[in-house]
Write a new protein. Structure first.
Length: 315
């Protein structure tokens, strides 16, 4: 049987970090009862699907994103998986039947233009969202200031646009997930009565001027937004029973003078984990690097990872 996993590619996805993230969860997490798991920046959902499968004590989950096309796609997978599968198979067959790269590029551009009209029903919008994700360059999702998807054609031959087994498995897990669209602070109104755990995976702070990629929506997530997120985390820390974990870029590993996160999260536990940069236009800039993992509780392995062992970034 297929396992639930992300049904889209997503820059910064946590698929290769899941075991490390699991190791930093609060102690005896699987012994807790009536857990509400909350992700204010769901993205591709790798952590969401992992947690829902690994921890059956999660009775309910809440996911949010500011990108309405992404959250519409989650709702469509949850509520109408068979209709979505049928629509994806149709567009997959039409695309893969094209004989030349020029024909495939023109098909892609036509779909992108229609998608950017923003007047589609949920099935068609989600079909085009997944199609573009599977056929655009490097599987990126990027929009301009007007909110229009602008990633170029990816030149893939016979890509799998419809993964029926994954959609069906994801749909089953999403039955116990509330899906909302908006600012991350809106998740506060969905806190449960029992044990609550937040995992934050916001747009990462750029390591330098050329590495910025946080245009998942037309709204920028700049340093003021990072500080507003810190303030939200601080507020949660003051509410009994709410624990959280947050991922972000390890800026000081690239530039030792850039201690932005060390400064604003000085009151919390800052850990480092190894990750791989998989999405970059320049292959030489992909590879192993460290990320920050910040918690409002002391993980079991806190302090084990020595800062002096961090290798410089190849950026």
């Amino acid at each position: 049987m297929a396992k639930a996993k992300p049904f889209i590619k997503w820059a910064g996805g946590k698929g290769q970090l899941l075991e490390q993230l699991d190791a930093y969860l609060p102690d005896v997490f699987d012994d807790r009862r009536n857990v509400t798991y909350i992700e204010p920046f769901v993205g591709g959902g790798a952590m969401l699907f992992y947690m829902l499968q690994r921890y059956p004590n999660i009775q309910r989950a809440v996911i949010n994103d500011i990108n309405p096309d992404l959250t519409t796609c989650y709702q469509t997978v949850r509520d109408t998986p068979e209709e979505l599968i049928a629509s994806l198979l149709d567009i997959q067959d039409a695309y893969n039947a094209l004989a030349t790269e020029d024909e495939r590029r023109n098909f892609f551009l036509d779909v992108r233009a229609r998608y950017n009209e923003k007047n589609l029903d949920p099935i068609e919008n989600s079909t085009k969202f997944i199609f573009l994700n599977r056929t655009c360059f490097n599987g990126l999702y990027r929009v301009n200031k007007k909110g229009l998807f602008n990633v170029p054609f990816g030149k893939y031959i016979n890509p799998q646009i419809c993964d029926s087994a994954t959609i069906r498995q994801d749909s089953k897990l999403l039955q116990r997930v509330d899906i909302i669209t908006g600012d991350f602070e809106a998740t506060f109104d969905h806190i449960g009565d029992g044990c609550n755990f937040f995992y934050f995976d916001p747009p990462y702070r750029p390591l330098n001027a050329t590495s910025s990629f946080n245009s998942y929506s037309k709204e920028d997530f700049n340093d003021n937004e990072q500080i507003r997120l810190r303030d939200f985390c601080t507020m949660l820390n003051g509410r009994l029973g709410i624990e959280w974990m947050l991922s972000n870029a390890d800026c000081s590993a690239k530039n030792p003078e850039d201690t932005f996160f060390e400064d604003i999260y000085a009151d919390f536990y800052i850990n480092r984990v190894y990750a791989s940069r998989a999405i970059n236009a320049n292959p030489s800039k992909r590879g192993k690097m460290t990320e920050l993992l910040i918690c409002n509780y002391m993980p079991e392995d806190y302090g084990v990872y020595a800062a002096e062992t961090i290798e410089p970034y190849n950026i």
